[in-house]
Design a binder for this molecule. Structure first.
Ligand code: SF4
Length: 346
């Protein structure tokens, strides 16, 4: 039995057709599932006979919400999947609307040294229904309208791109969540083929790249993936993405005390970006126990910010939402004990 949340609109039409049902029933089912948030087949406005046939083929299985930690600015959801694995999503309550950060894998193999999620070896990719189910459950539990999605939770999304793209297609369905392309951001640690694959896909959403260092030597120490995809390649892919889609790229830069936060690093970062249509998002580091890193002092962050500004580099500072509940960037770990098995893919 397949979860209804695993079907794209086109996929559902094909499945209905295979069952001998009219594909046009998708025009009744999709708005009911994603607009009216039907919780079961019984709520669908269809004849008994059709419902019985659908019941033989579709379930409404979604990740089970086992805990919610709430704060003023962010709510963290812990979900248990059908095989017992757990993942987390975060509802971020911005002044301009609500945004949900979703996880794409159980664990992550990228092994970024400052990241809690990177301590958990990737066990598997999330399915489309598990991706969609996170949003369905957050909306159901919170009762909030969701205006944007950050594909930035646990996992490297480009390693699960086919499922992520189907998920995005479902989220964009206009009589459902109706979230526009420009309100969805995918963050990668710099998987170059993944950036190009997203660029060529049906849903080239906003791209964020976790940069965190302006040169390969330092970046490799923080992000082992740099060995496979050096900065020159990552920045070329970012330029191509921005140029082709006329889109501004976000370059994430976490401020680590005494590691990557010197004025010299800021100078090098500005030079690396050059005239590219991009801006740097400076992130206060949310300390993770045992990581050995701490957040740069406020004055250091401001000095770094000023150097970037002086060179005409666009820069913002992310308001850190959710750190009181360990829901901020790099702190998601699905409540599991960390293991030190993470390693870069390939
Ligand atoms: S920062 Fe992202 S890519 Fe790196 S280990 Fe954490 S979840 Fe994986």
């Amino acid at each position: 039995m397949n979860s209804i949340y695993g079907f794209t609109y086109e996929g559902l039409k094909a499945a209905l057709s295979q069952m001998g049902e009219k594909p046009s029933r998708a025009d009744i089912i999709f708005p009911a599932v994603y607009g009216d948030m039907a919780e079961g087949l019984e709520s669908l406005p269809l004849k008994r006979e059709t419902l019985d046939r659908l019941a033989e083929n579709f379930s409404f299985e979604a990740p089970e919400c086992v805990a919610v930690q709430q704060s003023e600015t962010a709510d963290k959801y812990l979900f248990r999947l059908s095989d017992g694995c757990t993942v987390e999503s975060v509802l971020m309550k911005h002044e301009f609307g609500n945004n949900v950060c979703v996880s794409t894998q159980v664990g992550c193999n990228m092994g970024c040294k400052f990241c809690m999620s990177g301590r958990l070896k990737c066990r598997r990719n999330l399915t489309v229904s598990e991706l969609v189910g996170q949003l369905v459950q957050v909306r159901r539990h919170s009762g909030c309208r969701i205006g944007g999605i950050s594909v930035m939770g646990i996992g490297e999304p480009t390693e699960n791109l086919a499922n992520v793209l189907d998920f995005i297609g479902i989220m964009m369905y206009q009589k459902g969540f109706d979230i526009g392309l420009k309100h969805i951001t995918l963050s990668t640690c710099g998987i170059v083929p993944g950036i190009y694959a997203l660029m060529e896909s049906a849903y080239p959403v906003n791209l964020a790249i976790s940069l965190h260092a302006p040169e390969d030597g330092l970046r490799e120490k923080l992000m082992p993936v740099t060995r496979k995809y050096p900065l020159a390649q990552v920045m070329r892919a970012a330029r191509d993405y921005s140029g082709r889609l006329n889109r501004r790229i976000t370059l994430e830069y976490v401020m680590l005390d005494g590691v990557n936060d010197s004025d010299e690093c800021a100078e090098k970062l500005s030079a690396l970006i050059g005239g590219m249509n991009a801006y740097v998002n400076l992130i206060r580091y949310n300390e993770v126990e045992g990581s050995g890193f701490s957040c740069s002092p406020h004055e250091r962050i401001m000095s770094f910010y000023d150097v970037l500004k002086k060179h005409g580099t666009g820069v913002t500072m992310r308001r850190s939402l959710g750190d009181s509940i360990d829901a901020a960037c790099g702190q998601l770990s699905a409540g599991a004990e960390p293991t030190r098995e993470g390693k870069p893919n390939g």
